[in-house]
Design a binder for this molecule. Structure first.
Ligand code: ADP
Length: 354
């Protein structure tokens, strides 16, 4: 799944710089966004503290943080719209300070509150945006506009005036506008923040479709955890201008490598008992680092923190079932919700679910 630019490198591009920055990483996708110590202060406000961020090609990257965390500032820096006070960064291997114009040409950007001419229709708006970039024949523009309308699910409303559009339809039009020129990278600033749950679901579905059908890389900011959990494959979390986590989403939710994994067991005790002995056997295992118990409707729910996943997957059930009187209703690795991870990081809680 690669975004292929049919028109080759833009005129005036320095092929050496482009190549250096766009070399595939060893064993993986190209890095599309790469920042090193990138920072921005406004007088006494440290809007963004030194940030090291890496975004791979074809990922949907959720940039998460509460309001005021520095998300928009980062986006403006990446687009070369504001100048960093320290550090540096590249997008497509282009320096964000020197190469802003080219970066903006190759990025589709959706601002927090896109503005439209209400008397225009969706099709006219897209035609206008497409003409701005496309120099090809009129028929190619029309084809591209129709394709884009279909992609965002506005084909049946293409010729209505925008002023009658719902919030969700306006955001989908914004997505259409951002990608009518087939950009390699979409940067979306809070694309779903102002929408109701249905509008949000539609916008997220469009984002997924963009990746599936176009292989586009999507970098989007949000303060809504649910959205990130639903569509992202990598996430960075920002708090007070500082990066507090950056990882593939699976890694964040399962505890990741290096930190303790947690397994969840739901147990039933027979009339002759057996839970106490099972607990003792587990506690004695050298790879068990914690055991938390919660009674639940006559059953016991145990969270077992471990330092060795292989040993745990081989040993937990064996140890629990070794004696008599205990039945296992369910067993599995516990996935944390992003909310738990986020609150743990953002509120400074150090507990790592085990
Ligand atoms: P977010 O997008 O995560 O809500 P912002 O990047 O907009 O956060 O803002 C981060 C911090 O920088 C906030 O404290 C905000 O008030 C401050 N800030 C942003 N832009 C400016 C500016 N032009 N002048 C002064 N302070 C700013």
């Amino acid at each position: 799944m690669k975004t292929v630019r049919e028109d080759g490198p833009p005129a005036g591009a320095d092929p050496d710089v482009a190549r250096r920055g766009e070399e595939p990483e060893r064993g993986g996708a190209r890095t599309i966004i790469d920042t090193r110590g990138l920072a921005k202060s406004y007088k006494r406000v440290h809007a963004l503290k030194p940030l090291d961020l890496k975004v791979s090609e074809s990922s949907i990257f959720g940039f998460l943080g509460p309001n005021g965390a520095g998300k928009s500032t980062t986006i403006k820096l990446l687009l070369g719209l504001v100048k960093p006070t320290a550090g540096s960064g590249t997008v497509f291997g282009r320096d964000i300070t020197a190469g802003g114009v080219e970066i903006r040409r190759r990025v589709g950007y959706l601002a927090q509150e896109p503005q439209y001419y209400g008397h225009m229709t969706a099709r006219q708006t897209l035609r206008f945006a497409a003409r701005f970039f496309y120099s090809g024949p009129e028929s190619a523009i029309e084809r591209r506009v129709s394709e884009t309308l279909r992609l965002v699910g506005l084909d049946d409303r293409a010729d209505r005036r925008i002023k009658g559009f719902s919030g969700g339809e306006r955001q989908r039009l914004g997505l259409a506008q951002a990608q009518v020129n087939e950009p390699e990278l979409l940067i979306l600033d809070e694309p779903a923040a102002s929408l109701d749950p249905m509008g949000r679901r539609d916008v997220l579905a469009v984002i997924e479709r963009l990746r599936e059908e176009r292989g586009a890389t999507v970098f989007y900011s949000t303060h809504i955890l649910d959205d990130v959990q639903r569509v992202s494959d990598a996430v960075a979390i920002l708090k007070n201008g500082r990066l507090v986590a950056q990882a593939p989403i699976e890694e964040l939710l399962t505890g990741g490598t290096g930190s303790a994994a947690v397994y969840e067991l739901v147990l039933k005790e027979g009339s002759s008992g057996g839970l106490n002995e099972a607990r003792e056997r587990l506690r004695a295992a050298p790879w068990v680092s914690s055991l938390e118990e919660n009674p639940e409707n006559g059953r016991a729910r145990w969270l077992v923190g471990v330092t060795d996943e292989d040993a745990a997957e081989e040993g937990i059930l064996r140890l629990v079932l070794e004696g008599r009187g205990v039945r296992v209703a369910s067993f599995g690795r516990k996935r944390r919700s992003l909310e738990e991870v986020f609150l743990g990081l953002v509120e400074g809680g150090s507990r790592d679910a085990g």
